[in-house]
Design a protein around this ligand. Structure first.
Ligand code: NAX
Ligand code: K
Length: 506
């Protein structure tokens, strides 16, 4: 799914109105009804008042429609209009009149009279500003936002938490509604995916308001939300006469004394992701462990306790390396010799990234479109410090342009950056914040790259399936707390089940 900015969303809105021959009022009714339906499924109305804080634009209009729908159901409702401007949108005015016709009590909050009283059990709906927020909030509106935040009550934001723009850096940190949930329309917005603003948007729910599909297929964007439909657009199904040679040969290089588990996990994950043949190249001390725990893999050995010579014999399609590898002098020297002679596509993780950070000159030896999978600390060592998410994305962009590589920044909404293109993952859960998850991801991306996917596709498919496998594990009853990297590997099959041609239902 493409991620659009405010002006593109406005274009999409206008395009739909024209294509479907509906009015903007109809579209508002449709959007607000979808939000109301979500509320009725997810919120308790019993013994509770729903307090709508509505601006005077179309976001406020959405709030008024929802308030009307609540009143029609007999729910307790309070409506507060925040008069941040003397000009009101046409659809806001029409919906205000409809509420007045229903004899609803409307409270008007203005510069000199902006106080309101909330009760313990109130639920707040924030419909002050939506995607139209274009400049810093000032005066009494900012006070209202601060007062709402101070109540500590549950807030559900409509489209955007008021005060947060769709896709630009927030300058005034205190002037944004802190929502526990944001019901955003049709597509995610960049600022609803960035870790910096999580404290404002909380859980993000995509509300389908039926905007025209054809617009999003032609409107360009360099930012994408990686969901199931996006994966379907390039997923390769297996065919009857495919054989193991069709799916490549993955070589996983890593491990050191005490860290053989990392390479075991990565090797298993490469196999789970569909690698045709898989070999692990490890220090001798891990030989028995590998052969016993991953019988499907071949094993070649290096020095006794750490990697030093990188003298494997196989001729792989792709190499994934770094997991549990350590950063000893001997390993660094061997890694350098390996890079000097290697032209096989690479997926680089963990200690191998740390070595590249210590020895930036090695970066020039990477083959084109090498995939690097750093967690935030490894990323910082590699590209330098950033003071906000926008700066981080810029640094990642510059790095991938300079070194013609792909960066996979692991975390919630794992971000893949390849030059101008940005891909945010939709799958995964906090259970993945545990040692071993990253080894599994690198193994999976390696196993996918060994097949017929491009480096960018393998990265995107890898992050999606990895997160999906973790989500499937939770659906089977495993908790976020107890989820292990091995559980993720065991559920890769369920993650594939959404796309594969032949799967057995369990
Ligand atoms: N995207 C869509 O297709 C749809 C959008 N709808 C709603 O329309 C919203 C956008 O509506 P609007 O464009 O009217 O904008 P908003 O309702 O977000 O904001 C209202 C107006 O306030 C002004 N403004 C911006 N920043 C301000 C500030 N700091 N202080 C004072 N005034 C400021 C702007 O002129 C803006 O148009 C969406 O967020 C959504 O809730 C829905 O009603 C229908 C469908
Ligand atoms: K809002």
């Amino acid at each position: 799914m493409k991620i659009f900015n405010t002006s593109q969303i406005q274009k999409w809105d206008a395009y739909t109105i024209k294509a479907e021959q509906i009015t903007s009022l109809d579209l508002m009714e449709r959007a607000a009804t979808a939000c109301f339906d979500w509320l009725t499924e997810h919120v308790t109305f019993h013994n509770r008042r729903i307090c709508f804080f509505c601006g005077v634009g179309n976001n406020g209009g959405d709030g008024l429609v929802m308030a009307r729908k609540c009143l029609e159901k007999g729910y307790a409702v309070s409506v507060y209009i925040v008069h941040f401007s003397s000009s009101q949108s046409e659809d806001f005015k029409k919906n205000l009149q409809r509420l007045i016709d229903l004899k609803a009590t409307i409270n008007h909050l203005v510069e000199d009279n902006s106080s309101f009283n909330l009760k313990e059990s109130d639920l707040i709906i924030d419909a002050i500003f939506g995607t139209g927020m274009s400049r810093d909030i000032s005066g009494f509106t900012s006070e209202i936002i601060q007062l709402i935040n101070q109540t500590g009550k549950e807030v559900i934001a409509i489209d955007m938490p008021s005060g947060l723009s769709t896709s630009s850096l927030l300058k005034n940190d205190g002037m944004v509604i802190k929502a526990s949930t944001t019901l955003t329309f049709q597509c995610p917005k960049l600022n609803l995916l960035l870790p910096d603003y999580f404290k404002y948007y909380g859980e993000v729910v995509l509300i389908n308001i039926g905007l025209s599909e054809s617009f999003s297929s032609v409107e360009p964007s360099s930012m994408f939300y990686v969901d199931a439909n996006f994966i379907k657009s390039f997923f390769i199904k297996r065919k009857k006469f495919d054989h193991k040679g069709t799916f490549g040969h993955s070589l996983l290089i890593g491990g050191s004394f005490g860290k053989i588990g990392a390479i075991v996990l990565a090797t298993k994950a490469a196999i789970g992701a569909g690698s045709g043949l898989t070999t692990a190249f490890i220090p001798k001390c891990g030989y028995d462990i590998l052969q016993t725990s991953v019988p499907e893999a071949m094993v070649e050995i290096d020095n006794d306790l750490e990697l030093a010579y990188f003298n494997y014999k196989v001729n792989p399609t792709v190499i994934g390396l770094g997991m549990g590898m350590g950063t000893s002098e001997k390993t660094i020297e061997g890694f350098y010799r390996f890079l000097k002679h290697n032209s096989t596509p690479l997926v680089i993780d963990a200690d191998a990234i740390n070595i590249l950070s210590k020895k930036p000159s090695f970066l020039e030896l990477l083959p084109p479109e090498t995939i690097l999978t750093p967690h935030p600390k490894e990323l910082e060592r590699l590209i330098g410090k950033w003071s906000n998410d926008y700066e981080k994305i810029d640094l990642m962009t510059d790095f991938t342009e300079k070194h013609n590589c792909i960066l996979v920044n692991k975390g919630a909404n794992t971000l893949v950056v390849y030059k101008k293109e940005k891909y945010f993952n939709s799958t995964g859960n906090p259970g993945l914040a545990k040692g071993g998850s990253g080894d599994v991801l690198t193994g999976m991306i390696t196993g996918l790259l060994a097949q017929k996917y491009t480096a960018l596709q393998a990265s995107i498919l890898g992050i999606y399936l990895h997160g999906k496998a973790a989500d499937c594990a939770l659906e089977k009853g495993i908790s976020e707390e107890s989820l292990t990297a091995s559980d993720v590997i065991q559920h890769i099959d369920n993650a594939f089940a959404f796309f594969s041609s032949k799967t057995i239902k369990k």
